[in-house]
Design a protein around this ligand. Structure first.
Ligand code: KIV
Ligand code: ZN
Length: 517
């Protein structure tokens, strides 16, 4: 990564899989992390922080899987300032073509006194020891001063200088609690650029949280003051109010070249796809008025605006929808479309499926085209994403018949295939969704608690597919399941079954004996 020394090049460091996953409920499994990492690599992200290997075996495995898969981007693993953390991170990363150890410790008086209960001198020594140790293992080491924006300047300068002396090639200055404002944060970066004697030997990075809604503004102000790496996440996912949103950073730099003549390596046409993938996997919806990726970000409702747009798009549009990969909803195919056309359409949308997965997806496409007059790109994306990962499922959806309406009781007749045996049941409930979920519990008893049930229409129209997200929690572990269908209740059943399968995989990994529900 240190070859990126062009003065105006800003390194994009994505931490969706690490800081993003720290959002309560945003858990992702190994396959999902690899899918996201592969897309981030394809879109030209420079560094992908894949996780915190010492945090759990799941994190460790995900970091090693991403490390093995990703070739073009650097892959980072987080570690506290201890040999054990750093060794574990290195163990997970060493299969990567471009590994990076990212080690951190708090430097603010508040954190040192109450969180670490360490004197500044011991913290300084820990920085020297941890960076030296990391550098003995890996050529690319990043050091972060947690809570840097509330750290005393003299101490911060001393720590940064020592970290660089010990071999850190990237120095990250986080606004951990989202407290800074742009002028102040830019001044902090300028202060470091002016006062740390060896600062030219490292890339200065920033990592801003969004507690006051200023994460993107602070990151951009920092770049103007000399920072050349920005840490960010897709859709601004992250702890509490989240991190700086990658799509906002990249599009602000691209759109305001007059003020910020800096380049990134991100192919912005991938932004919409990445946003949708992260939202689907985590079950975190994107607010409609969210900059760049919200459903309304490029919609023009008022007559005056529409009139202006017709005369000249620049009147109300500062960037084109195409530049973020947003294509107008296009009619793709009908029920007479063949396998070949289906395959090439999927390829155009960025999906290359193996023979079996393609066959399954094609069968579901035919079923969909029978039910739905117009099949759009969005429908195909939902269908393929719904199909992904289903191959190894222990429980499979077979059929559902529901009696709904105001007269009650609502009733669900359900069939599921459990490990090769089709089982059926009838259940009632407080409404059709409750009846459906009760039926699943009859067939496959379990203790997991429902934490989220969310429905989203994939396209407009009453025949639109519903995309449902279900979040289940069992013994402190949460999983998200997704399902799509023109029938909302079928989509709900598929989503629930998907989440249940994920819990079973999790259980299998930790305690194989617990598989029988
Ligand atoms: O917010 C923060 O300070 C962090 C560090 C670990 C980089 O996430
Ligand atoms: Zn953070």
């Amino acid at each position: 990564m240190n070859e990126i020394r062009d003065r105006n090049r800003v390194v994009i460091f994505d931490t969706t899989l690490r800081d993003g996953e720290q959002s309560p409920g945003a858990s992702m499994n190994l396959e999902e992390k690899v899918r996201i990492a592969s897309l981030l690599e394809e879109m030209g992200v420079d560094v992908i922080e894949a996780g915190f290997p010492i945090a759990s075996n799941g994190d460790f495995e995900a970091v090693s899987a991403v490390a093995k898969r990703v070739k073009a981007s650097s892959v980072a693993g987080l570690a506290r300032a201890s040999r054990k953390d750093i060794d574990r991170a290195w163990e997970a990363l060493k299969g990567a073509r471009r590994p990076r150890i990212h080690t951190f410790i708090s430097t603010s008086p508040l954190h040192m006194k109450f969180k670490l209960q360490m004197e500044p001198e011991r913290v300084h020594q820990a920085i020297v020891d941890s960076v030296t140790h990391a550098r003995n293992l890996c050529d690319d080491v990043e050091w972060s001063a947690e809570d840097a924006s509330r750290t005393e300047h003299d101490f911060l300068c001393r720590c940064v200088e020592s970290a660089i002396k010990c071999g850190a090639g990237t120095i990250n200055i986080p606004d951990t609690v989202g407290y800074a404002v742009p002028e102040e944060f830019a001044a902090l970066i300028a202060m470091l650029m002016n006062r740390v004697p060896n600062i030219d030997k490292a890339i200065v990075s920033v990592h801003c949280h969004n507690d006051l809604g200023l994460a993107v503004a602070n990151s951009l102000a920092a770049v103007r003051a000399g920072a050349r790496q920005i840490e960010c996440t897709i859709n601004g996912l992250g702890e509490r109010a989240g991190n700086a949103a990658l799509e906002e950073i990249v599009m602000a730099l691209k759109t305001r070249q007059d003020l910020m003549p800096y380049a990134t390596g991100v192919k912005t046409e991938y932004i919409t796809k990445a946003s949708r993938l992260v939202s689907t996997i985590t079950g975190f919806p994107v607010q409609p008025n969210k900059a760049i990726v919200g459903a309304n970000a490029f919609a023009h409702e008022s007559g005056i605006h529409q009139d202006g747009m017709l005369k000249h798009a620049g009147t109300y549009e500062i960037m084109t929808p195409e530049s973020v990969g947003l294509t107008r909803s296009t009619l793709v195919m009908g029920k007479h479309s063949g396998r070949h056309a289906f395959k090439s359409k999927l390829k155009e949308l960025g999906f290359e499926l193996g023979d079996n997965a393609l066959e399954d997806a094609f069968r579901r496409f035919k079923e969909l085209a029978d039910k739905k007059k117009d099949v759009f790109d969005e429908d195909l994306i939902a269908l393929v994403e719904d199909e992904a990962e289903r191959g190894n499922d222990i429980i499979k959806f077979v059929s559902l018949q529901v009696i709904a309406g105001s007269k009650g009781p609502q009733r669900a007749d359900l069939e599921l295939d459990v490990d090769g045996t089709v089982k059926s049941t009838t259940a009632t409930g407080d409404g059709p969704v409750d009846a459906t979920f009760n039926a699943i519990k009859h067939i496959f008893p379990h203790e997991a608690k429902l934490q989220l049930f969310q429905v989203h229409a994939v396209t407009a129209g009453t025949d639109a597919q519903a995309e449902v997200t279900v979040r289940l929690e069992e013994k402190g572990k949460t999983v998200n399941g997704q399902g799509a269908d023109t029938d909302t209740l079928v989509a709900a059943a598929r989503a629930y079954v998907h989440a249940l399968n994920k819990l079973l995989t999790k259980r299998q990994k930790t305690a194989p004996a617990a598989l029988t529900a």
